[in-house]
Design a protein around this ligand. Structure first.
Ligand code: FAD
Ligand code: NAP
Length: 309
C-alpha cells in the first residue's frame, strides 16, 4: 500500500514528491505518463522563476528536478492513471495497462492540455502542419512563414520565438487587444517580422495530402476574407484541465469540481474527499505559473504528511 500516489510529474507533482519523501513518507510513487517536467518543458523560454539568473528553456529549468526527488526516495512509474476510486478509506488506482495500485492518499497534479480552437481543418491537419508546440516543431519551418493563433502569454511568447526561426509570423487573434502581460506585448510589437492580424476569425486551415498550405481568416469588421499562405499553424488558445482519472463512469467526480472541471481545494490543497489532494494548474484559481504549481505541491505534501500521521 502506497502512503501517497502522485498523479502527474510536472512542477506540482515533482515538488510534492520532494517534500513528501524528504518529510518522511517512505512509500511514495509519482505516476507520469511521459517524461517528468510537465508542460513547461514545451516552452521556448522562461524568465520568471524566482532566483533564475538568465532566460532558459523550460526543459533546462526542469532538468534537475526529478533527480533531486529521487535522491530522497521518490519512485517514478512511467504510466498513465485512468481511474481513481475510494473504497473503505483506501484509494484504488488503475493504470492504462491494467495495473492496479492502492494508496492511503492521492495527489492530483495532472495539469492541463492545449485546447483546440475549433476551426475547420484543425483536426484533419493536426500534426501535419498544425502544432501546439513551437519548441518541438518550429524548426520544421525555418526560413518559412507561419501563423500563430491566440492572444495570451503563450501565443505572444511563442510568436516571438518563432520569429527568430521563420521569415515571417502572422499573429492571428480574435480581438484587437491581448490578454498577455504588458512586457510580452511590447516584446512582440518590437519584433519586426511579426504581422498582427487582429479582430478576425479563423474560417479554415486548408491543405492537401502534403499538409497545410494556409489559413483563411475573416475580418470581424468588414467580413473580408484573407488567405495567409503558411505551411505551419501554431495554435495557442488556452488549456483544458486533465481531470479524467477522477471522473466516475456516470460523469460525476470523485470530489467537487467547478464548471470548468477544475478541482475545488482549500488552502491545504485538500479536496472535498478526505485523503484526496490537488495541486497546480488542475485546481481552481490556479495562477498557472511554475512557481505557484510548485508551491501548491509543497503545501499539499506538508498537509498529506500531517493527514497520514
Ligand atoms: P503540468 O506542468 O501540466 O504537469 C502535469 C503532468 O501530469 C504532465 O507531465 C502530464 O504528462 C502528467 N499527467 C497528466 N495526466 C496524467 C495521468 N492520468 N497519468 C499520469 N500522468 C499524467 N509558467 C511560468 O511560470 N512561466 C512561464 O514563462 C511559463 N511559460 C509557459 C509557456 C508555455 C508554452 C506553457 C504551455 C506554459 C507556460 N507556463 C509558464 C505555465 C506552467 O508551465 C504551468 O503553470 C505549470 O507547468 C503547471 O504545472 P503542473 O504541475 O500543475 O502541471
Ligand atoms: P489564455 O491566457 O487563456 O489565452 C488564450 C488566448 O486564446 C486568448 O487570447 C483567447 O482570446 C484566445 N482564444 C481562446 N479560445 C479561442 C478560440 N476558440 N479561437 C481563437 N482564439 C481563442 O491561454 P495561454 O496563453 O495558454 O495561457 C494560459 C495560462 O498560462 C495563463 O494564465 C498565462 O498567464 C500562463 N502563462 C504564463 C506565462 C508567463 O508567465 N510568461 C507564459 C505562458 C502562459 P481572448 O483573449 O479573446 O479570450
Amino acid at each position: 500500500m502506497l502512503d501517497l500516489a502522485i498523479i502527474g510529474g510536472g512542477p506540482a507533482g515533482l515538488t510534492a514528491g520532494l517534500y513528501a519523501t524528504r518529510g518522511g513518507l517512505n512509500n511514495v510513487v509519482m505516476f507520469e505518463m511521459g517524461m517528468p517536467g510537465g508542460q513547461i518543458t514545451g516552452s521556448s523560454e522562461i524568465e520568471n522563476y524566482p532566483g533564475q539568473g538568465e532566460v532558459m528553456t523550460g526543459m533546462e529549468l526542469m532538468q534537475n528536478w526529478p533527480e533531486q526527488c529521487q535522491k530522497f526516495g521518490l519512485k517514478h512509474e512511467m504510466n498513465q492513471i485512468t481511474s481513481v476510486v475510494k473504497e473503505n478509506d483506501i484509494f484504488k488506482l488503475t493504470a492504462v495497462d491494467g495495473k492496479e495500485y492502492e494508496a492511503k492518499t492521492v495527489l492530483m497534479a495532472t495539469g492541463s492540455v492545449p485546447r483546440r480552437a475549433g476551426f475547420e481543418g484543425e483536426d484533419k491537419f493536426f500534426g501535419q502542419g498544425i502544432s501546439t508546440c513551437a519548441t518541438c516543431d518550429g524548426f520544421f519551418y525555418k526560413g518559412k512563414e507561419v501563423a500563430v493563433v491566440g492572444g495570451g502569454d503563450t501565443a505572444l511568447e511563442e510568436a516571438v520565438y518563432l520569429a527568430k526561426l521563420c521569415s515571417k509570423v502572422y499573429l492571428v487573434h480574435r480581438r484587437d487587444t491581448y490578454r498577455a502581460a504588458p512586457s510580452t506585448i511590447e516584446h512582440m510589437k518590437n519584433t519586426e517580422n511579426i504581422e498582427e492580424v487582429t479582430n478576425v476569425t479563423v474560417e479554415e486551415v486548408f491543405g492537401d495530402n502534403t499538409g497545410v498550405l494556409g489559413l483563411k481568416v475573416k475580418s470581424k469588421e468588414s467580413g473580408e476574407i484573407r488567405d495567409l499562405p503558411t505551411p505551419g499553424v501554431f495554435v495557442f488558445v488556452g488549456r483544458d484541465v486533465l481531470n479524467d482519472p477522477i471522473k466516475n463512469e456516470d460523469g460525476s467526480f470523485l470530489c467537487d469540481v467547478n464548471e470548468q472541471g477544475e478541482v475545488i481545494v482549500n488552502l491545504k490543497m485538500e479536496t472535498s474527499t478526505p485523503g484526496l489532494y490537488a495541486a497546480g494548474d488542475i485546481r481552481i484559481d490556479a495562477a498557472k505559473q511554475v512557481v505557484c504549481a510548485s508551491g501548491d505541491g509543497a503545501t499539499a505534501a506538508v498537509n498529506i504528511i500531517e493527514y497520514i500521521g
